[in-house]
Ligand binder design. Sequence first.
Ligand SMILES: Cc1ncc(COP(=O)(O)O)c(C=O)c1O
Ligand SMILES: N[C@@H](CCSC[C@H](N)C(=O)O)C(=O)O
Length: 456
Amino acid sequence: MSDSPQPEPSKGKGSAVGKVITAHDIDGHDLPPSPAPSTPRNGRKYALMTELVYTEGTDQYNASSVPIYQSATFKQESATGGGGEYDYTRSGNPTRTHLERHLAKIMNANRALVVSSGMGALDVITRLLRPGDEVITGDDLYGGTHRLLKYLSTHGGIVVHHVDTTNPESVRAVVSNKTAMVLLETPTNPLIKVVDIPSIASIVHATNPAAVVAVDNTMLSPMLLNPLDLGADIVYESGTKYLSGHHDLMAGVIAINDPALGEKLYFTINASGCGLSPFDSWLLLRGIKTLGVRMEKQQANAQRIAEFLESHGFKVRFPGLKSHPQYDLHWSMARGAGAVLSFETGDVLVSERIVESAKLWAISVSFGCVNSLISMPCRMSHASIDAKTRAERKMPEDIIRLCVGIEDPDDLIDDLSRALVQAGAVNITPNGFSALENTSAGSSSTLPVATEETLQ
Ligand SMILES: Cc1ncc(COP(=O)(O)O)c(C=O)c1O
Ligand SMILES: N[C@@H](CCSC[C@H](N)C(=O)O)C(=O)O
């Protein structure tokens, strides 16, 4: 293990395993109620912050950075199967393996697999399903997840139940021996609803031990949540977001503890050819090393922005705020609030003007990157959910999503303040400004919006 920290830390320092980081630590705010501990497993000796930086194994030259094995093929010693560990990069590649071992360690998993995008990861997972199988999932989901599930229900013979997963009893009401998979997101994108993973996993496994509970951990990353420790069978996430952190690659990660399940998923990756390329594997490894510091700063900034907006009268959705209706539940599972928040203005046109008036905040989909982003989910990341369904799911058309980066928070607040004023989203008072009356009511106009109808 050439790039392991040397020498071994003392026992005292080693006891930092399981130490948590939160936005509150940095900002000097009160700590949230008993943030969930990080359970060390899979050979982890150090605190997660440390483990992120050090990867296991190296090459014959003791390279500090794992080489990019930019090779499609590997020569064999004989025609009868003799040879090394690798034959063809679709089936396996040393740079990808290095990344997968590192991810398994930091995700508290027995095995991790990496593919070409987060949606690629979900595609691999849903290939466990057979026609007639039932899937239970939430009523607030990333738009791409909704689109893939809709495709499977229209063309794959899969029955999909969208229920309010913030209430475990809604899952109990539909789970049966036909349930093959339960798919959860927490906090949800973009309404930031929190889902009780342990309760749902125990309800599902008690009713049907064969059903698989899969959790999309994109919104928090392994820095803040380990769904496998909470009863999930599969955790997956978009490596495009926090894990890579720079919006310079697309990747998807799947982690599991059950070896048989791991083999099935690997089979699909090899058979379908969606494994992550050597170069993107290398880039992702590099990104993961700074996940801890990025997340620490992003969370601290997000907390400042959330408090700023709330103090000016906006209805803000963020699990770092005590006003979040599931604040205690979130902190019983997670070690931080993440850096994505959303708020409403009460008017779609006002929201549009805010987004377009911001200068520092880039108008962009995605999140988890070092620079801050502003978006209108109903027009952008969630446009693949048709307007009728969005309305049924009470997704406010005026909702603005902020994905906070590592910039100076005062610059972010100044830019946002200017945008709010310029957009006419606030009343100017002698002491500053406050949100307009209809903002906190969460009402929204229903102007016609462009939607992407993928399935006619
Ligand atoms: C919660 C969530 N899951 C999955 C994905 C899919 O990831 P990717 O864009 O890497 O395919 C996204 C975003 O795209 C997301 O926001
Ligand atoms: N045009 C894309 C939109 C990607 S949204 C990316 C990300 N998950 C987010 O929430 O911003 C598509 O149709 O998938």
